[in-house]
Design a binder for this molecule. Structure first.
Ligand code: NAP
Length: 363
């Protein structure tokens, strides 16, 4: 994942204003990315400047600070993501900003508040945006920029997968592949905070020692490469119990290897498909071990969840972040004008980058 960072200024008809402008005195211009057709993001995503529309009574004017480029953003632009969108559209599903101005009927959000965009498809890849009040949530100022910008997708996904499928909070074991992904890093940290033992599978690479050390510092109980998993004696020697929950970010052979180590009646939750290979299930896993297979999609969860469930999850995650028990993913800042670098990085199927890119919107 990459992050777009918007810092600083608001552009008013040729000159730079900082804050506190009035809706009436506009000609306020916003810089954004947009696309008018689905396709290769490096070809179809364009840059433009447009006048910001007048603020309606239930809307909020936000100066964006940072917005990530997630795999789902890329798939959406490619037309491969199962959501309906009317084109042209501004990409970007999550991000953080500062409120500049609120509509006359907006309560509980004030100018100066730091807000995150909580609903997908709102178009966060722009320096200034007008959003409906209901898609924003005020977050504490002490929340880190990267943590706030990336809060609604990966931490929430990790939180739900560790909550909704198996009761793992009583000393049980979780296994995951793609463990160095942004989502994987969140899984590790939430496991640590909740006392869940976790086994983490990553692809081998020249700097594997550094990666293992980093994930262990986050709270990984064990980190194994895919090759090490195939021959591990961890379970035979009873160094750790077999996992009852597997989180599958990759699919293909990686998922198959993970299934082999699941305890009877265990559950595999597939939430990503980074290898693009299908999950194949051995008959024995179904017949003799009664393993069950589920999928998870945050967008679908949000559509069904009650306000109370959403509120509890967000409050728990914000609190873990404020306590520094949950830190944002490894990342790199990239200037907004160089968005192609961030998009290109997220597009690469080769992987092995080990970090998220951040587009910097300051001039
Ligand atoms: P990310 O930070 O960009 O990480 C990508 C991960 O994929 C890295 O661990 C990378 O490992 C691995 N990878 C890349 N290409 C690979 C390949 N060909 N084979 C095996 N592994 C490969 O991504 P993220 O934002 O955490 O998202 C990870 C996945 O979860 C994506 O598929 C995303 O769409 C999905 N996701 C789904 C939901 C949901 O609601 N279902 C929510 C959040 C995320 P290397 O370092 O080895 O390259």
């Amino acid at each position: 994942m990459s992050l777009l960072q918007h810092t600083g200024k608001i552009f008013c008809a040729g000159k730079t204003a900082l804050t506190g402008f009035q809706n009436a005195k506009r000609n306020l211009m916003s810089k954004s990315l947009y696309y008018s057709e689905f396709g290769d993001p490096l070809n179809v995503v364009k840059f433009r400047e447009m006048e910001v529309p007048p603020l309606k009574s239930q809307e909020v004017l936000v100066r964006m600070l940072a917005a990530p480029v997630n795999p789902a953003d890329i798939n959406t632009i490619q037309g491969k993501y199962p959501v309906k969108i009317a084109l042209p559209v501004i990409p970007g599903n999550e991000g953080v900003g500062v409120v500049e101005e609120v509509g006359s009927e907006v309560k509980n959000i004030c100018a100066g508040n730091r807000v995150i965009v909580t609903e997908p498809m709102q178009g966060t890849w722009r320096d200034i945006g007008v959003f409906g009040k209901d898609v924003l949530r005020v977050v504490p100022d002490e929340l880190g920029l990267v943590e706030a910008a990336t809060l609604t997708v990966n931490p929430c996904t990790a939180y739900r997968m560790l909550t909704d499928f198996k009761n793992v909070r009583n000393g049980q074991v979780v296994i995951q592949n793609g463990a160095n992904s942004a989502c994987g890093q969140n899984v590790i940290q939430i496991c640590k905070a909740w006392g869940i033992k976790n086994i983490n599978i990553v692809r081998n690479r020249p700097e594997i020692k550094d990666l293992k050390r980093y994930l262990e510092c986050l709270g990984a109980t064990y980190v194994l490469t895919e090759e090490e998993l195939r021959t591990t004696t961890l379970f035979k020697e009873k160094q750790i119990a077999k996992p009852i929950l597997a989180l599958n970010c990759v699919g293909g052979k990686s998922a198959l290897e993970v299934v082999r180590y699941l305890e009877k009646t265990g559950v595999m939750v597939t939430y990503g498909a980074m290898s693009r290979d299908p999950v194949t299930i051995p008959n024995s896993a179904l017949i003799f071990k009664d393993i069950s297979f589920h999928g998870f999609w945050m967008t679908a969860w949000k559509e069904k969840a009650s306000m109370d469930e959403k509120e509890k999850m967000m409050a728990d995650i914000v609190s873990l972040m404020c306590e520094k028990k949950l830190v944002g993913p490894v990342h790199k800042m990239v200037k907004f004008e160089k968005y192609e670098e961030a998009v290109g990085n997220a597009l690469s199927s080769k992987g092995f980058t080990g970090c998220k890119y951040i587009l910097d919107f300051s001039c």
